[in-house]
Design a protein around this ligand. Structure first.
Ligand code: FAD
Length: 823
């Protein structure tokens, strides 16, 4: 029998439960509902006031299916299906205008091209968007003019929902399934116990629980502070107004489709007989950064239409009918943003049994789906889609309150303008740099941003070189080709900063890693190996380069675990969560202390030998070796590994000595004409070698067999995480297989998400693509139906609306025998 808290005059509150969800907006209600749907009924939601008294009550509540990744499209489809079900539920019907349709406008060909790509991507999720010309846009939306309009993307599922009814319905169904909702119950503190369980302190008493969920909306950081966490979420003021009735709407005889405008940054939907028009003004304002009044509940910010005049004019020009009617009501409320515009839905970094569903800037449309994916993560450890685009661990130490605010402003200002490939926006740049960043900048570096790090992309021919933003190959194509040529024929140097590196020490380190990876851990000191970590479902979680280092004056016997820069927090969380009590294993992050210089090309050995003492010949230091050494006098750990497919060395250097090592390598390389090369060249070369990128090609939706990584699986060894599930998957056979495609165009790369077609059927999805300059082929990776994963199979890829021929080819078309790497 559960102990019950006594609340005078109110229903008794549980004193113990499995999950406490904090916050009763759409995020919290959806999470609670979906936890019950996943089978957990002993769950509780606590809300400081009434349900929906945060942002949710005044939301414009548009519900679109449009998204820029398959995960986003999939979760929005779930929202729509759920909302339709709730609308039709006689017990608790919800007001939902589903299927009014919506248009995203465009006045540039580049924007239209992007829409075509997103349409191709959505098709793989069973969602059909239409691409319209300007005349058709105006035919479907009789209020708009076609001036300065090329066309748009049509989402037939678009609509809007009553936010309060939606949340009440979710709470109603959750309660029916056993969940409890405590209103007027502010959470005042959180205590985590030694066994990782929690006590949630509320104004009405304490609740002990296994798991807490922060769904606190704009109060996210108040709740975060209770567990010692700052979340990279900032609120912006956001306004819309509602007009009086517009005669042209009544005359049209049908509801107006929704409108979203990247030309002038507003949206509009029908509200009764008029329009609701919302704005994303350039002169936007953050809100609540220095604290929020405790009394701000069911509340709004003061109206300030002067601020939106710039974008309002654009809306008037597009819909002249707006100028003829009065404004009935203005709403200005806080809306939360993150660093990249996508929410944070998943485990809270550095915490156990703590999750969040925060930073929702389109929470009504997406909330149904986010709650679904979060509940799956809580109950099953993983969701049906790879949720990296939502993972709270994708931001690391640089994501402080000031940087978050800068990026929130930038994202708000660009609300409807998607990022183009290779687009890295200016706010918050130089968040993470190395001593080499200014040196590379002086050498003409174009930088991309990876987990906050300024990463060398390529060397520009002139300071004012700015390639066109496009889904096609851009003007850097020939520059990248020249960098690849230098590496393939001579020698090149690049910096790979932010590479995640965890030092693993302790007597049990081998046993620990052996349990974590599905393949082999290098047993001999001085050896390196590639390994994959699976989740309990047998699907791919992490990829790591493992280096076995002997004891030296730099440290005891140890293993280095190296992985993608973006995985810094994710992988540390995963490893540390699986340490057994009493196990003699220590994990220490070296990520921010060391940087890699990659020396690659047939002359790499000669350059290394010229600046690093020792025998670097192939017999003395073969491929997959590691050795502590010096580059000049700079301490370095050198690994014989290659992502380019050429003879190459990864040279790991403490940041304090990085510039010295760089100078020594450049001086040793000068007689050879050493060239700098960047990440774009590496990407091209790795495509030619069959090397995969974490979270593009390596995702939690597939196992290592499906991903073509059987050679990294050792089923004959003892237990490892995911083994049992992997055996079951193996006997069931693959659902998809990763293949390499040779694509019959030189105009554009295939972008991740593009649909692979056979006749009218979608048979797969591209994960990444780039031109292979050494093999002179346009390459892509894609997961396709297993029967099609046979070299020679002819397919087509929907590349921004063009169906381009593609042939399945054997992986690693460049030097398939790996002779160059081993040379
Ligand atoms: C003007 C405007 C228009 C918008 N239009 C759209 C749109 O068209 N489509 C769309 O999809 N989205 C839209 N949004 C965004 C959408 O409304 C939000 O993403 C969504 O409402 C956020 O829901 P939430 O549950 O995360 O936060 P909230 O609704 O703010 O809920 C958080 C809850 O947590 C509670 N809480 C906080 N602290 C505590 C505590 N210590 N203890 C207990 N409870 C606590 C709060 O009281 C609150 O009820 C709009 C937003 C604004 C401002």
């Amino acid at each position: 029998m559960l102990a019950l808290n006594k609340r005078p005059g109110k229903r008794a509150m549980k004193s113990r439960t499995r999950v406490v969800v904090i916050g009763g907006g759409i995020a919290g209600c959806s999470t609670l509902y979906h936890l019950t749907q996943e089978g957990w009924s002993d769950v509780v939601l606590v809300e400081r006031d009434e349900l929906t008294s945060g942002t949710t009550w005044h939301s414009a509540a548009q519900v679109t299916n449009f998204g820029m990744t398959q995960t986003m499209v999939g979760l929005k489809s779930h929202s729509i299906a759920l909302y339709k079900k709730l609308r039709d539920d006689p017990d608790y019907p919800v007001g939902y205008h589903h299927g009014d349709g919506g248009i995203r406008l465009a006045n540039t060909e580049a924007q239209m091209q992007g829409y075509r790509h997103f349409a191709s991507m959505a098709r793989g999720m069973g969602v059909e968007f239409e691409i319209l010309d300007a005349a058709e846009c105006a035919r479907r939306h009789p209020l708009i003019s076609t001036d300065n309009l090329l066309g748009g993307l049509w989402d037939g599922e678009d609509g809007d929902i009553d936010p309060a009814q939606l949340c009440q319905a979710l709470a109603f169904h959750a309660r029916k399934a056993g969940a409890e909702v405590y209103r007027n119950t502010p959470v005042t503190g959180l205590t985590q116990h030694k066994d990782d369980t929690w006590t949630v302190h509320t104004a009405q008493g304490d609740i002990d629980c296994d798991i807490v969920v922060n769904a606190g909306g704009y109060r996210v950081n108040e709740v975060g502070a209770m567990m010692g966490v700052h979340h990279p979420v900032a609120s912006m003021e956001h306004q819309y107004f509602i007009t009086e009735d517009i005669p042209a709407i009544a005359a049209a005889g049908h509801r107006m489709p929704l409108l979203r405008c990247p030309i002038s940054d507003y949206y509009a939907r029908q509200e009764k007989g008029g329009l609701l028009v919302g704005f994303y003004e350039q002169g936007c304002k953050t809100w609540g950064l220095d604290g929020i009044s405790p009394g701000f509940s069911n509340d709004l910010c003061p109206d300030d239409l002067d601020r939106v005049m710039d974008v309002l004019e654009g809306a008037f020009a597009r819909m002249p009918a707006l100028m003829e009617v009065g404004i009935k009501r203005v709403v200005n409320g806080p809306i939360t943003y993150t660093i990249d515009g996508a929410p944070l839905v998943g485990p809270i970094p550095g915490k156990r049994n703590a999750f969040c569903i925060i930073g929702l800037r389109a929470g009504l449309g997406e909330g149904g789906g986010h709650g679904w994916l979060l509940a799956q993560q809580i109950v099953h450890g993983e969701a049906c889609y790879d949720t990296w685009v939502l993972d709270p661990r994708r931001f690391t130490g640089h994501a402080n309150v000031e940087l978050t605010a800068l990026k929130a402003i930038e994202d708000y200002q660009n609300e409807f303008r998607f990022h183009f490939p290779h687009e890295h926006r200016p706010a918050g740049r130089n968040a993470k740099t190395t001593p080499l960043t200014p040196v590379l900048a002086a050498a003409g570096a174009e930088f991309s941003v990876v987990n906050g790090w300024e990463r060398l992309d390529y060397i520009k021919p002139a300071p004012d070189f700015h390639p066109t933003l496009s889904f096609d190959f851009d003007e850097a194509f020939d520059i990248v080709a020249a960098e690849v040529r230098a590496v393939a024929t001579n020698v090149g140097l690049t910096e790979v900063n932010g590479f995640n590196r965890i030092e693993i020490t302790g007597a049990d380190r081998h046993a620990f890693l052996d349990r974590m990876v599905c393949g082999k851990v290098p047993q001999r000191a001085g050896r390196v190996g590639l390994a994959y970590l699976l989740n309990p479902h047998g699907r791919i979680k992490c990829e790591a380069t493992l280096a076995n280092l002997p004891a030296s004056d730099r440290g005891p016997e140890r293993l280095w675990y190296g992985s993608a820069a973006a995985s810094e927090t994710h992988d540390m969380d995963w490893l540390s969560a699986h340490l057994n009590p009493g196990e003699d294993v220590q994990l220490r992050s070296l990520t921010n202390d060391q940087t890699i210089l990659v020396l690659a090309g047939p002359n790499a050995r000669a350059v290394l030998s010229a600046c690093a003492r020792g025998d670097w010949s192939a017999p003395a230091f073969p491929w997959l070796s590691v050795r502590e050494s010096f580059i000049g006098f700079a301490p370095a750990t050198v690994m014989g590994v290659s992502f380019s497919g050429e003879l190459a060395y990864e040279i790991h250097v403490p940041n304090r000595a990085l510039y010295a090592a760089y100078q020594a390598l450049m001086a040793a390389g000068a007689p050879f004409g050493i060239m700098l090369f960047g990440a774009r060249a590496i990407d091209s070369m790795r495509m030619e070698k069959g090397f995969l990128h974490w979270k593009s090609d390596l995702i939690t939706e597939f196992d290592p067999f499906e991903t073509g990584l059987s050679r990294f699986v050792t089923l004959t060894k003892g237990e490892f995480i995911g083994k049992a599930a992997l055996l079951v998957r193996q006997s069931a056979g693959p659902r998809k297989r990763l293949v390499t495609l040779d694509i019959d165009t030189r105009r554009a790369p295939a972008h991740g998400g593009a649909s692979v077609m056979q006749g009218p059927d979608v048979v797969g999805t591209v994960t990444s693509g780039d031109f292979g300059h050494r093999v002179d082929r346009n390459l892509a990776y894609a997961f396709v139906d297993p029967a099609l994963a046979i070299p020679g199979t002819a397919l087509r890829v929907d590349m921004c609306g063009d169906l381009i021929g593609a042939e399945v080819i054997a992986p690693s078309p460049y030097d398939p025998g790996f002779a160059r790497i081993r040379s």
